[in-house]
Write a protein of this length. Structure first.
Length: 417
């Protein structure tokens, strides 16, 4: 099988969920013997050396693109949005248009013509799907072999904006703007899905949303795998008493919102029950809203860390407080794989086969979340048992070899219906 993989960024270092999925998918695809050509958008936000991916592919092309959001860019998009190349009646949201430029469109066509023909164009995330659809149009016009366009969805993108538009603490202007982003993103997302040849989502919940849009489409849920630490690595876990850890990319707005909610509303309730409790917060590029939470006593903000596993193993409880987003939370899979006792929300657990009280604790309001954390901090044996059950779930269902076999089997079925 020969595949052109289109990436919205160079996924190194792989320290956030999206990058982890992209990099480990490439590694598993390469190990399965797929002939891979990579077209990577080398974004200003995550600029990296393309050479770090050369060992995983036959050919590789990178195109620099400026994606950093600016007030001017947001205002220009509001007044004069770019039109989608797949349908000129669709006005792009600022969420998406930063990735679709004359340079990225031309690079996608050039890669397909230079290194093709391909069986499949694997478009990673919604940010690259328009590139794949544009390539298909150009190759069709030139009467060249046309690969199938398969959308590898990490999230239902418009739902992220919809959920953020109603989140607590947002101004009326921001809620209005998020609603506009959601509406424009949804229009494009629905049309692009209908034009794709197939779609593989990370969660069954997301697949159900897309099936509602395209009931006859080839849409399948293929969750990601993770690399599970060995029992020997976990044997060194200290799990310090009364220690909570929160590890998430602080570049993603839903993580920031959840972190602020936990520190401001949940942590005071935890301290009423357990005055010695401490939450350690780590993640890529924390802004002033997050760094300002640090007080040196019961809230410690570390910024980006080198060893996420050691960070998790040092804490008695891990938390993932999320109220928006979609897809599968890679950080939850990693925490469960490391046998971490975990507290999350219903949206955090969305799309995962976890049961409240069996694999994780699920709570959606401040009091319930605080109580779940305190119970796990106090009941160390139950916390350990919860972590072990979560790890066994990951061991059974989320290895990369099994998941890549499932994804490539889906691709083969789409190629030979």
């Amino acid at each position: 099988m020969k595949i052109l993989v289109i990436l919205p960024r160079i996924p190194v270092p792989a320290r956030d969920g999206g990058a982890i999925v992209m990099l480990e998918s490439l590694e598993a695809m390469h190990a399965a013997g797929v002939d891979i050509t990579i077209l990577a958008l080398n974004t200003s936000k995550h600029r990296a050396d393309v050479a770090t991916l050369r060992h995983l592919c036959t050919n590789i092309v990178a195109v620099d693109v400026e994606t950093h959001p600016t007030p001017f860019g947001a205002i220009r998009n509001l007044l004069m949005p770019r039109r989608s190349v797949i349908d000129r009646s669709i006005r792009h949201s600022y969420w998406l248009e930063r990735f679709i430029t004359p340079a990225t469109l031309a690079a996608a066509v050039s890669a397909a013509e230079t290194y093709g023909p391909f069986d499949i164009m694997h478009c990673e995330q919604l940010f690259t799907l328009e590139l794949g659809l544009h390539v298909r149009t150009e190759l069709t016009l030139k009467k060249r072999p046309v690969p199938l366009v398969i959308y590898r969805s990490h999230n239902v993108e418009y739902r992220i904006q919809e959920r953020m538009s109603v989140e607590r603490g947002r101004s009326s202007i921001e809620r209005w703007y998020r609603t506009l982003l959601a509406r424009r993103t949804k229009r494009f997302e629905e049309e692009a899905l209908l034009l794709s040849d197939a779609c593989a989502t990370l969660s069954e919940d997301d697949a159900d949303v897309y099936r509602g849009i395209d009931p006859s489409g080839a849409i399948e849920s293929v969750p990601p795998g993770i690399s599970i630490p060995s029992d020997a690595m976990l044997a060194s876990a200290q799990r310090r008493a009364d220690t909570i850890c929160l590890l998430a990319s602080m570049e993603w707005a839903p993580n920031v919102e959840g972190t602020l909610w936990f520190v401001r509303q949940v942590m005071p309730l935890i301290l009423q029950q357990r005055p010695s409790a401490v939450v350690h917060i780590a993640g890529r590029n924390p802004g002033t809203a997050i760094t300002g939470l640090h007080n040196g006593s019961n809230v410690i903000v570390h910024g980006e860390i080198e060893d996420p596993l050691a960070f998790r193993l040092d804490a008695a409880v891990s938390i993932v407080p999320l109220f928006s987003g979609s897809g599968v939370r890679i950080k939850i899979l990693e925490a469960l794989g490391a046998a971490c006792p975990l507290v999350t929300t219903t949206i955090g657990a969305e799309g995962l086969p976890v049961l409240d009280g069996t694999h994780v604790r699920i709570a959606d309001d401040a009091a319930s979340f605080a109580n779940a954390c305190c119970e796990l901090l106090a009941q160390r044996d139950e916390a350990t048992a919860l972590g072990e059950r979560g790890r066994e779930l990951i061991r059974r269902s989320f290895t990369w070899t099994a998941r890549m076999d499932e994804l490539l089997s889906f691709y083969k079925r789409v190629l030979t219906p």
